[in-house]
Design a protein. Sequence first.
Lengths: 150, 265, 264
Amino acid sequence: MTSKNLEISVGAFVLAGILALVVLALNVSGLSYRADDQSYYLFARFENLAGLSERAKISLSGVTIGRVVSITLDTEDYVAVVKMAIDKDVPLTTDTSASILTAGLLGEKYIGLSVGADDELLINADEIEDTQSSIVLEELIGQFLFSRSE
Amino acid sequence: MMVKALINRVRFMGNGVLNISAGVGRAAWFFIHVLSWGSGFKAPFKRLLQQVYQLGVLSLPIVLVAGLFVGMVLALQGYHILVGYGSQEAVGQMVALSILREFGPVVTALLFAGRAGSALTAEIGLMKATEQLSAMEIMGVDPFKRIMAPRLWGGVITLPILTVMFSVLGIYGGAFVAVEVLGIYDGSYWANMQNSVEFNEDVIKGVVKSLVFAVVVTWLAIFHGWNATPTSQGISRATTATVVQASLAVLALDFILTAVMLGGF
Amino acid sequence: MENFAELVDLSFSRDGRLILDRISLQIPKGKVTAILGPSGTGKTTLLRLISGQLKPDSGDVMVDGLSVPGLSRNDLFALRKRLSLLFQSGALFTDMSVFENVAFSLREHTRLPEHMVRDLVLLRLQSVGLRGAAHHMPSELSGGMARRVALARSLALDPELIMYDEPFTGQDPISMAVLVKLIRTVNDQLSLTSVLVSHDVEEALSIADQVYVLSHGRIIGKGTPEQVRQTHSPELKQFLFGHVDGPVSFHYPSKPLEQEVLPL
């Protein structure tokens, strides 16, 4: 194995490895470069998150427009406060509503937004007022049973 | 009489523990010594290249083929399990997460231990048996720096690269089976996967695992070669020890690492 | 006569067995010293004690005024650049060619430019008669040729002391004669000190200036070859002249034959 061939094959090996890593990054994990200054932040309060986790997606009309950045508990009102990062080029009206939905029957929780008819738009650090908590299966069954018994 | 037998038993066990401690101590000293690259030696980079070639490039065939088949089998099995819940669309993320987090690092490390690890042990053991290591020492060249260190660093660089390639081939192999053979919609396979796979969480942690495995497997391989009795039987025993111990270590470490990464122990 | 190396009251044991028992010997500078003895008496061990690969249990090893067991790792490596040990098998590096083997120490320890290294290597190979084999791999050489290459390799850095571990063992008559001649000429032309460990009595005696004979860990004879040949010691005579029976008995200790073979 000549010196030249050795260097070429090892170089090709390493490059192929880097390429594989890039493929994993883009195609497999859907990593896309979203810098901080390309999003603005909104808050929303929910009574029950029931399985929503950080980095869950936020979608509008089925299109992913952001991610959940952090989840905290407000110890005064005992509600969950969700901080969301929304793409800068997606304007949302002040009467936008946010609901926690499930993707598929056993799928993950995500936040679905639905825009209203107001003229004003939400700006950075605003709060979405109209929220709908997650539907918990047990509560649903409980409601059904109670309504049947009446 | 019985007391004597008992005392002998204890002494035997104690000896065993001491021997194991001595072995671990030797291995630890060895490890630290091998890490030092040393200066004043010409063309160390060329030696490193040679090792990356021997350990990495020559391991490509087995790793790539294994990755392909593992991915395809995962897709096949996964489909048949998920279809019972009506969630067969999730096969993409199942294949990807299994491979990135577990199968990629572990299977590649096991293959590496068998192929490259045993080759390393045999090579160094043979060098010891034919007194080449001794001759080098007498000529004032430290065999740790010249022979062992390039091999250790070669292994550490090579295994993560092999792991990443294994993962890519596995996921694409799974895609082939899922989309072409089982009829999953191409878009769902990739979209579901992309939504569930986090680069920092899954890909990077898989690479971190493979780095840990790389260090342990290569170190064990070199150590057993250096420690081998210089007879043909001794080398055979050393090679076996490398493969067995490295495989077990990989599996045990995998459990520990997974527990730490998932649960924060 | 100045001594290049000296063993002072040296003892060494391995696995509980005493291999060398309070040995004292001197290696005079510029001469060929032969250390003879039956296989397994610890002659190779002696060489490894001189080169510092082994540490004595008691006593001292002096090389050029330095006490070898007490040297630090770096000092030991520095000393080893001035010594050379020729292994029984040659111990050539199997993944390098003959040329690269001989060039090894030059490339590792000096900063000589490549063309100078090339010339030096070829000259050394010339002195052992193997310049034409420079591009062969060690696996392509016969045993005798491998040893000659190893000799060239050991001489590459102009050592002050060269040690030969059983250089004549298993050689055909021609290779044997070549090696014998080389050891002597190399010692004289390069003003080396040579130590030769062997059980090939005639060959060793033909070129040695001084002889030690070891047996069971002790020196049983020393002097010039002529002095040793005229010894009166039965043990020494048996070894030197190859008598089948004598102080080293032919029969392994056992019961009398009548008891084992004939029925009682």
